[in-house]
Design a protein around this ligand. Structure first.
Ligand SMILES: [Zn+2]
Length: 403
């Protein structure tokens, strides 16, 4: 049955529209209707009174490893479902499960579990496939990726180790400057898999070669990449300058200074940058919480995860709603929604379907409370999902109630 969500405003595709009702039918946004607040005394079910909230398209996280004390590398559908359910509270309605550099059997288990969740349906945020981060990366720019499992790029090895699981891959992060890197870039591109340059020491010139071979994306820009210098612009300089590459940014104000993130948006434009969380097991966990990255201890400290051995950053402890807030504080809610919803959707080929509230899109909607700066309600396919407590182990419930 069709219903309307009456919002104080709706923000989508870089614009803001005041006093709109979103008309939702059969899981899709089918229309917007302006309304006069003074003429609308009551909102009756099944319509939804969200007149104090702003409606936004659900956010899409293309780079997330875990959260809430769980890790996708546990390799079970249950772990992925647990994370997917808790992402809803943070306004994330779709994501890519992101295995990291690890033994191949662990990577396989993670991708296999993700396939099972995708085929049977997530009970939380939609799972769109996998982003394989490593193992074909540069040891010089390993960051928190366990160095002992890094491998030289090899088409043969990838085919042999993953076999039919290759079809789950949507993005592969690799270092194209390594021997075999360009061949692998070309091979993956031909399969329709997005090659993202990351954990890479590529020079500016090597990056241009990678673009020629099909690379189209850059992994957590500025982090774990050859930096910009005016006589050696490096991978970071190429990301800033070349529009072929969409650029991930971890906008937690820790991995990236807000000025650097703004510089990136200024250089590339508001449509070529996208926020990712790079969230780890430590997302939503308190200071002092420790977890393991394949034999290396990490600890949550002041809104970041750090390697116990080195003190280096070990991924983030935030979800996309934090990126959204930081970006909105520096730029605007309209731009923040582009970076967190529309741009990641377009990068994966879901333009018009996800990451937008235009009529015809899936009704993946979040209701944002502008006073508390929190996501209050999340809809997937037009169905309202109750939020789970972030630490409890009980399962998610789906309801169809008026607010
Ligand atoms: Zn990562």
């Amino acid at each position: 049955m069709a219903f309307r969500i009456y919002c104080s405003a709706l923000i989508t595709d870089g614009h803001r529209y005041e006093q709109r009702a979103l008309v939702v039918d059969k899981g899709q946004v089918v229309a917007w209707e302006p309304y006069e607040p003074e003429l609308l005394a009551r909102v009756e079910p099944p319509d939804v009174d969200a007149r104090t909230y702003i409606a936004l398209p659900g956010m899409i996280d293309l780079h997330i490893h875990g959260g809430f004390g769980r890790d996708m590398m546990e390799g079970t559908p249950e772990a992925i479902q647990y994370i997917a359910q808790r992402l809803l509270r943070h306004g994330v309605t779709a994501f890519l499960a992101t295995p990291l550099t690890a033994p191949w059997d662990a990577i396989r288990n993670c991708i296999r579990a993700a396939r099972e969740v995708r085929e049977h349906g997530s009970t939380g945020a939609r799972l769109l496939g996998c982003h394989l981060e490593g193992p074909f990366i540069n040891p010089k720019r390993a960051g928190a990726q366990p160095p002992e499992y890094i491998r030289p790029p090899s088409i043969r090895e990838l085919e042999t180790e993953l076999g039919e699981l290759m079809s789950e891959l949507r993005i592969v992060t690799l270092a194209p400057e390594l021997e075999g890197g360009l061949e692998l870039t070309q091979y993956l591109t031909k399969q329709g898999i997005i090659v993202s340059i990351g954990h890479s020491d590529a020079t500016y010139e090597q990056t241009l070669q990678a673009i020629e071979h099909g690379a189209r994306h850059a992994t957590h820009t500025f982090n774990a990449m050859r930096p910009f210098q005016h006589r050696d612009p490096g991978l970071a300089g190429a990301v800033l300058l070349h529009e072929e590459l969409t650029a991930e940014v971890i906008w937690d104000n820790i991995h990236t200074h807000p000025a650097a993130a703004q510089l990136l948006v200024k250089a590339k434009g508001v449509e070529r940058v996208l926020c990712v969380s790079d969230g780890t097991t430590g997302v939503g966990m308190p200071d002092g919480y420790t977890f393991e990255l394949w034999g290396h201890r990490a600890i949550v400290q002041q809104n970041a995860a750090r390697m116990v051995e080195t003190g280096g950053l070990a991924g983030s402890t935030i979800a996309m709603d934090a990126c959204f807030k930081h970006c909105a504080a520096a730029l605007s809610w309209e731009v923040a929604s582009l970076l967190c919803a529309a741009n990641p959707a377009r990068a994966l080929g879901y333009e018009g379907e996800l990451g937008t509230l235009r009529p015809g899109a899936r009704a993946d909607i979040i209701l944002w409370n502008p006073h508390t700066q929190r996501v209050e309600y999340t809809y997937i396919d037009g169905i309202l999902h109750h939020f789970e407590s972030e630490t409890a182990g009980d399962s998610n419930s789906v309801v169809n109630l008026n607010l």
